[in-house]
Design a protein around this ligand. Structure first.
Ligand code: GDP
Ligand code: IMO
Ligand code: MG
Length: 427
């Protein structure tokens, strides 16, 4: 048995899909344990590009079981569309399992996501900048114990009963709180009953599947979605998602204990990006930021929004090392920074009273008082995309990597030099 948790270390889109796909080749079980179709994970096999939202990134390997765990919020319409798209590309998805306990995103969740965002923007001028997929409202229903789960979706009598109360509560919110148009619950029932019929064959007990895999000595991969700084507790609250993307979330969102986990790999980029609103200390607002965005193709996999770009932030990365218990880092996109000139790395933050902060602040108020302390590092040049050993990288690039390792306090064991699933260096 070997089990690895793969987590995002920054604000998402670090290239988790690529790393999972590479590791999934040798895995027996790949598990998504949190988030929903707010995630967009890209897998590139030669000229074939797959953008996965709910399907685990091991889905291309028919012998790898792919589990959507209990901690995931599932939009059945999106999932069925994703399966159908994959079928057209000769990927059967017969290796898919969905935990009975996973909560279902209903149409009122998407509606409330939009209404709440609009309301916040109108009231205070700022909202979270969610993906609009109904993620927050679905987790809210789960926490207040009125959620509809995969088990219910697949049983018309349960679905009908729950829609009557849960649907009605949500309709009241839509109508009475936000002045929106309530949904036709009979029509919702008919539509979702049909989804349940189609998805029923995938329903399973994910906790049992994972525990059995463990006992049989199999290789298990937990595929993180979102990232550390989007964690509802340890991210830049309230500019976060509504789940636990950190390593601990893998256990909760699957139904296994922490003793099952052997290693935790944090995925990051050689710089930083963020999509949506909220603080971003090392953000670049100049032409260089634009250059990095264009060279790195920094446009959202899920919403197509341009991603905000900035320098590598070692304060954030040390936070990720700590809250996830990282045993190694996988840093992608060193190719993107090649040839852009002198590089900057944020080593600490400075407060207005002159004091230096080494740990990521707890509150946004403290963070607002912080400015990054930068260290300049000589830039590197050349085409990195064909490098397959550390020694083949330009010397200045190796120096940059070594400095990042020192500042983060964690070894960089995987180095990304391109989007392809062969464009990595293992150390
Ligand atoms: P995820 O959400 O963490 O899986 O990441 P996304 O798929 O949303 O975004 C990462 C983007 O970077 C995708 O377009 C990947 O194909 C691409 N990518 C991943 N690793 C590398 C790399 O090392 N170099 C380059 N140039 N692109 C990469
Ligand atoms: P992957 O797995 C980047 C961001 C949204 C928004 C905030 C809350 O591809 O790395 P939500 O819809 O979850 O309520 O939005 O979180 N966000 C992501 N940003 N990558 C993601 O996933 C994200 N999932 C959510 O932009 O700021
Ligand atoms: Mg993404």
């Amino acid at each position: 048995m070997s089990s690895s948790v793969i987590v995002g270390t920054q604000w998402g889109d670090e290239g988790k899909g690529k790393i999972i796909d590479i590791m999934a080749k040798k895995a027996d079980l790949v598990i998504r344990s949190s988030g929903g179709n707010n995630a967009g994970h890209t897998v590139v096999h030669g000229n074939d590009v797959y953008k996965l939202h709910l399907l685990p990134s091991g889905i291309l390997y028919p012998n790898t079981t792919c589990l959507v765990g209990s901690g995931v919020v599932v939009d059945p319409k999106v999932l069925l569309e994703e399966i159908s798209e994959m079928n057209k590309r000769n990927v059967t998805c017969d290796n898919l399992k969905i935990d009975s306990r996973a909560d279902i995103i209903m149409p009122w969740h998407r509606e409330l996501d939009r209404l709440e965002e609009d309301f916040k923007a109108k009231q205070s001028g700022v909202n979270v900048g969610t993906t609009g997929r109904g993620i927050g409202p679905c987790y809210t229903d789960k926490a207040r114990r009125i959620g509809i789960r995969m088990y219910d979706l697949c049983r018309p009598e349960c679905l009908k009963k729950l829609i009557k109360t849960t649907g009605e509560i949500n309709n009241l919110m839509i109508e009475k709180v936000y002045g929106g148009k309530p949904l036709d619950l009979d029509a919702v029932y008919e539509e979702y009953k049909a989804y349940g019929e189609k998805l029923a064959k995938y329903e399973a007990d994910g906790s049992v599947i994972t525990f059995e895999a463990y006992n049989e000595g199999k290789t298990v991969l937990f595929e993180g979605a979102q990232a550390t700084l989007l964690d509802i507790d340890f991210g830049t609250y309230p500019f976060v998602t509504s789940s636990h993307p950190i390593a601990g979330g893998a256990c909760i969102g699957t139904g296994v204990g922490p003793k099952l986990i052997d290693e935790v790999i944090g995925v990051g980029k050689s710089y930083t990006t963020r999509v949506g609103n909220g603080p971003f200390p090392t953000e670049l607002f100049d032409e260089l930021g634009e250059t990095i965005r264009n060279r790195g193709g920094e446009f959202g996999t899920t919403t197509g929004r341009p991603r905000r770009t900035g320098w590598f932030d070692a304060v954030i990365m040390r936070h990720a090392v700590r809250v996830n218990g990282l045993t190694a880092l996988a840093i992608n996109k060193f190719d993107t920074l090649s040839g852009i000139g002198t590089l900057k790395v944020c080593t600490a933050y400075k407060k207005s009273d002159g004091s230096v902060v080494k740990d990521f602040p707890v509150t946004l108020e403290e963070l607002a008082d912080c400015t990054p302390v930068y260290e300049e590092i000589e830039g590197y040049e050349g085409d990195l995309s064909n490098c397959r050993t550390f020694e083949e990288l330009p010397e200045k690039c190796r120096r940059y990597i070594s400095r990042l390792e020192e500042l983060c306090g964690c070894p960089i064991k995987i180095i990304g030099v391109g989007a392809g699933n062969d464009q990595v260096i293992f150390r």
